[in-house]
Design a protein around this ligand. Structure first.
Ligand SMILES: *[C@@H]1O[C@H](CO)[C@@H](O)[C@H](O)[C@H]1NC(C)=O
Ligand SMILES: *[C@@H]1O[C@H](CO)[C@@H](O)[C@H](O)[C@H]1NC(C)=O
Ligand SMILES: *[C@@H]1O[C@H](CO)[C@@H](O)[C@H](O)[C@H]1NC(C)=O
Length: 175
């Protein structure tokens, strides 16, 4: 996994520096966060390359973890889905999760900002041998999101030093 990320990072982050410091949403209600989210924009990351019609369903498990169910149409035009479990890393930081997917892939999932009913901004960054690899997702409860909200979320990203040049809209048409 790390080797794949390292390889991709050569293309997407051009030997950039360390991960920026960022804050997750301090008051976070995981129950309100549950349900269906559509992917509106994402950074170009290897395991989602070329995919469209991407959505995620989050369901609170009885033990406090969150069931993650991601669906998409992949590069080959085929429906695929993946299951995982998100766990809060530190109860004092309730919007910072680590997601363990059944496939073995594992990654951070930090909710930077959400109003639960329209948008969510999710960010993660890994620094590997001095190279940073950023993961950015802009999610919406609908298949679209207003430009003003997208701009606001991009401004938040820029302000803490994330590289928004890698952000690309996710196709949510003809799904
Ligand atoms: C919590 O429950 C979920 C679903 O029942 C399970 O997949 C997961 O392994 C459990 N996690 C812990 C830490 O108990
Ligand atoms: C979620 O995405 C999958 C794959 O694109 C699609 O089949 C499904 O209809 C979507 N769900 C909703 C509620 O839009
Ligand atoms: C947020 O979602 C609610 C409920 O769907 C909607 O009424 C409201 O207009 C949305 N707000 C923005 C800023 O899009």
């Amino acid at each position: 996994m790390y080797f794949i990320i390292l390889f991709v990072s050569l293309f997407i982050s051009s030997f950039a520096a360390e991960c920026p410091k960022f804050k997750t949403q301090s008051a976070f209600d995981v129950t309100k966060y549950g349900g269906l989210w559509y992917e509106i924009e994402r950074s170009d990351i290897i395991f989602e390359l070329g995919s469209r019609c991407v959505n995620a369903t989050y369901t609170l498990n009885p033990n406090g973890t969150v069931d993650v169910f991601n669906q998409e149409i992949n590069l080959m035009g085929e429906y695929t889905s993946i299951h995982g479990t998100a766990t809060v890393k530190d109860p004092k930081v309730p919007a910072a999760f680590v997601v363990q997917f059944n496939s073995g892939i594992k990654g951070d999932y930090n909710v930077i900002s959400t109003d639960y009913i329209n948008y969510s901004l999710v960010y993660a960054c890994e620094s590997i041998l001095g190279l940073k690899v950023e993961f950015i997702w802009i999610l919406s409860r609908e298949k679209t999101l207003s430009d003003s909200i997208i701009n606001e979320l991009q401004t938040i990203l820029k302000n803490f030093g994330a590289d928004i040049s890698q952000l690309k809209p996710t196709v949510q048409k003809n799904c």
